[in-house]
Design a protein around this ligand. Structure first.
Ligand SMILES: [Cu+2]
Length: 163
């Protein structure tokens, strides 16, 4: 109920529709253009170029930049650098997934992770697509070259898209 209480009055009249329509990827809520009040969202990260998150296994994921910055609705291109205790994770396997926790649906666009030929441990992630207002979780997972599940680590960037 807490999320309902935070909705603005115009959004509240649509809340019943939205709640009923969140069941599947092919059935998005009807109020996607109503926007979302990110000023009261506390679960999101404040974007800054170079921000870092560290996974449970100690791998550092640095969001060097987002274009646009801060991340916006639609397609974004991220540059990340990934480093573990042994150094930059170069030519590793990097996978990205997008998810809206409040609606329990994934994003609808696959994200490509391309290693930078010139900079060790640097990858371009695109398109990081957040097509709907609300809180998004962008999970970035990395496995060093030659590593297995024991070496795999991940972090979750959380950004709020207002409209
Ligand atoms: Cu959604």
């Amino acid at each position: 109920m807490s999320r309902l209480l935070r909705l603005s009055v115009p959004a509240l009249s649509l809340a019943g529709v939205a709640l009923c329509a969140c069941g599947g990827d092919d059935d998005p809520p009807a109020d996607i253009d109503a926007g979302y009040d990110c000023t009261i969202e506390t679960r999101d990260d404040e974007y800054t170029a170079g921000m870092e998150l560290v996974g449970a296994k100690g791998v550092t994921f640095r969001l060097v930049s987002s274009d646009p910055a801060p991340p916006e609705r639609g397609d974004n291109t991220w540059i990340v650098e990934i480093e573990d205790g042994a150094g930059m994770i170069d030519d590793g396997t990097v996978e990205v997934s997008t998810f809206m926790p409040d609606h329990q649906h994934a994003g609808s666009v696959d994200v490509a992770a391309t290693p930078d030929a010139a900079v060790d441990g640097r990858y371009t992630l695109t398109p990081v697509n957040m097509w709907m207002p609300g809180l998004w979780e962008i999970t970035v997972e990395a496995t060093p070259a030659g590593g297995g599940i024991a070496e795999r680590d991940f972090v979750v960037f959380r950004f709020c898209i207002p409209r």
